[in-house]
Design a protein around this ligand. Structure first.
Ligand code: PLP
Length: 387
């Protein structure tokens, strides 16, 4: 099976699996217990926290472990809203569902005004457009660093600067960035990420808070410095620590990222050229400017084809990809992110995301490109969809 769905989740690395195993066998006690076994587990959790904090350039105390990035986003958004009377939130049109759906849920319940900065076909946010929405009474601004569907990179440092100038707290959703690119999350008031996106395991996410930034806890309890109650998932946290060390090692070598970007480009080229040769209209969704693009992602539109059908054909032939956000797959609706970028529905319906990991090989992308092309040709022929 060739796994090209790494923005959804990555395969745990060997050291994360070892940490998981060690935690189940040796450090299974409750890290909040005063006894020796509990304190041994606590020491391991704090070591893992230090590794995770170092990966993102913050102090260990700035990290709150949650169960997922989605939970970290909930803690940040609800925690800010509970601490202020301001009732407007500014965000972008291409946020992950974890943000989009939370704001839609909270708006009627909390009387929120949600102002959404538009995003054009390149997928890149215009900071001027967003800044114009940072009106008095804005409780929070939220923007993602890298897009989970297109890999498009947003100018979050600039957004943070403009928010600071206007006194608006900024939450950076760094879930797709951390582990793939060097990150300094100390530049933000709030940031979140999820180690299962960089070869950790599922069951843990992280919220980063700037020192002194006050949040109202959403699950009261003594754990995580009182920011998030509930016994920590020691296995997932230890695996996150190991994954953070491995990611830091990977990030030390910029050539590794360049090599992977070339692999992604090679895959993209092979598929697009092959489509052109057989009369199927295909193109990349979002910017192809390397400065605005993560090394691992390509989102391809196969005009007038049905993405769900393609996905199943690929899966049958040994390639895992996804259509839209992973959590939206299973629905036939085109991706709200692509529609928000103004991609025409016949392209959005036929769009697939392929995302590499640091372990993806050239041989895998070449084989996958062949399988994608064969499937596209078959479906185009079956449905009479040709240029
Ligand atoms: N934000 C972004 C940009 C994501 O890509 C994801 C997951 O794909 C999330 C948030 C939610 O992460 P989690 O699955 O850890 O809740």
């Amino acid at each position: 099976m060739i796994y090209l769905d790494n923005n959804s989740t990555t395969r745990p690395c060997e050291s994360a699996i070892e940490a998981l195993d060690a935690s189940a066998r040796r450090w299974w006690a409750n890290p909040s217990s005063a006894h020796r076994a509990g304190q041994d587990a606590r020491a391991q959790v704090e070591l893992a926290r230090a590794h995770v904090a170092a990966l993102v350039g913050v102090k260990p105390r700035g990290i709150t472990f949650t169960a997922s990035a989605t939970e970290a986003i909930n803690l940040a958004v609800r925690g800010v809203l509970d601490a202020t009377d301001e009732r407007a939130v500014v965000t972008t049109a291409t946020e992950h569902g974890a943000v989009r759906e939370l704001l839609a849920h909270l708006a009627p319940r909390r009387g929120l005004t949600v102002r959404v900065a538009p995003i054009g076909p390149t997928g890149v946010l215009d900071p001027d457009g967003l800044e114009a929405l940072l009106l008095p009474g804005t409780a929070l601004c939220i923007a993602h660093w890298a897009n989970n569907e297109t890999g498009v990179v947003q100018p979050v440092a600039e957004v943070a600067r403009r928010c600071r100038a206007r006194g608006v707290p900024f939450l950076c959703d760094a879930t797709q960035w951390v582990g793939k690119m060097p990150a300094d999350l100390s530049a933000f008031d709030l940031a979140c990420f999820s180690p299962h996106k960089f070869h950790g395991v599922k069951g843990v996410g992280a919220l980063v808070t700037r020192p002194g930034f006050g949040l109202v806890p959403q699950m009261p309890g003594a754990q995580e410095l009182g920011r998030r109650g509930g016994t920590e998932s020691v296995p997932a946290i230890l695996a996150a620590g190991a994954a953070a060390l491995a990611a830091a090692e990977f990030l030390r070598d910029p050539d590794a990222r360049d090599r992977l970007a070339r692999q992604r480009d090679r895959f993209e080229r092979a598929v697009l050229d092959g489509c052109a040769a057989c009369g199927v209209r295909a193109r990349v969704n979002g910017s192809t400017d390397p400065a605005h693009r993560l090394w691992n992602t390509t989102n391809l539109a196969f005009h007038a084809l049905e993405a769900e059908a393609l996905l199943l054909m690929l899966s049958e032939r040994g390639v895992c990809a996804s259509a839209g956000a992973a959590c939206a797959s299973g629905s036939l609706e085109p991706s709200p992110v692509l529609l928000a970028m103004g991609i025409e529905p016949a392209d959005a319906h036929g769009s697939l995301r392929f995302s590499l990991s640091r372990d993806t090989t050239t041989e895998e992308v070449d084989r996958a490109a062949g399988i994608v092309l064969a499937s596209v040709r078959l479906l185009a022929r079956a449905t009479g969809t040709r240029a």
